[in-house]
Ligand binder design. Sequence first.
Ligand code: OSB
Ligand code: MG
Length: 373
Amino acid sequence: MKIDAIRLRELHMPLVKPFETSFGVTTNRRVLLVEVQSEGLTGWAECTAGEHPHFCEESIATAWQVLEHELAPLVLETNPEHGGDCPRIFWQIRGNRMAKAALENAIWDLQAQREGVSLSDLLGGTRERIPCGVSLGIQKTIPELMSIIERELAAGYQRIKLKCKPGWDIEVFEKVRTRWPDITLSCDANSAYRMRDFDHLANFDAFDLLMIEQPLWYDDFYFHAMLQKRLNTAICLDESIRNRRDALAAIENESCRIINIKLGRVGGFSEAIRVHNVTQERGVPVWCGGMLESGIGRAHNIALSSLENFSLPGDVSASKRYWAEDIIEPEVTVEPTGEIVVPKTAGRGFEVRTKLIEKLTVRKTTVKAVVSS
Ligand code: OSB
Ligand code: MG
């Protein structure tokens, strides 16, 4: 397909309320959007890098640089036929997976529109509804957390995930389990623990958690395998899994029993599908993680979650949990059953609110094909 231009935008969007993890607090999101323009159609995607390189090495500043000066020129000179061509086009660029994912995903989004199929169908999705959970940040007090859990359960969410760290773990799990003995509960440490904490982590077994997500270093497999031997509770890896090969290494090494797939973290739809397929072959369940996305990233997460092996509730939830006003229409809503209905219309299934996006934009740049005469 002939790509006419690639536009990058940064939007400023305040979260409805601050989100705290073991690595810090996010109050205002800087959202990086990529638009790929081709023959009258526009494919959209969101770069899921954070404001700071706290989750992984990328930030929206590094992603912007790599998109503008490395990846966009490669796409403009190659004119890919398919989003799946991107890994080959980007082969010389190491790392920078969130930047790569943004551009690749915008091309998949464009292709779905061009072919008149839903993004879910284009990816090979089979689920018509996806099960949803929520990720709850660290709160000031346990009573505040308890009232949030109460509200999310009433809304129908099928799984509650608690962000945790030393000092916000055992006591919290105890209170929550005592009040709700039967709910599906998990926790996510975002690498907050070390080897000296192994005995402490073994105490998590008492709370019948579905999983403990990324307890140790963000780049580790070996010590997670040592820890998994000590625990009855399944470990789920998030940060450590960058591609299909990592997923396979983690499974063979028994570093985890569940994998979280994030589009940005693995470099886009093609690699996400490869991770999905290898976990399915090995009988390891997956679920779709979130990165506090706006509606555009959320729409892509919904399409991905429609693949068959996404059998556990993901961190894909309603727009209104994060945004007063989302940049898509309709916004993402969750059924009382705790499910999101996967759109069947052509493309991503949610219209982009271009006027609102323009209003929220604080910088933009357009990269165009070099016209040779
Ligand atoms: O580890 O899953 C994570 C948010 C920012 C960075 C890392 C993570 C998260 C979440 C939020 O848990 C999930 C969501 O977007 O709802
Ligand atoms: Mg996580």
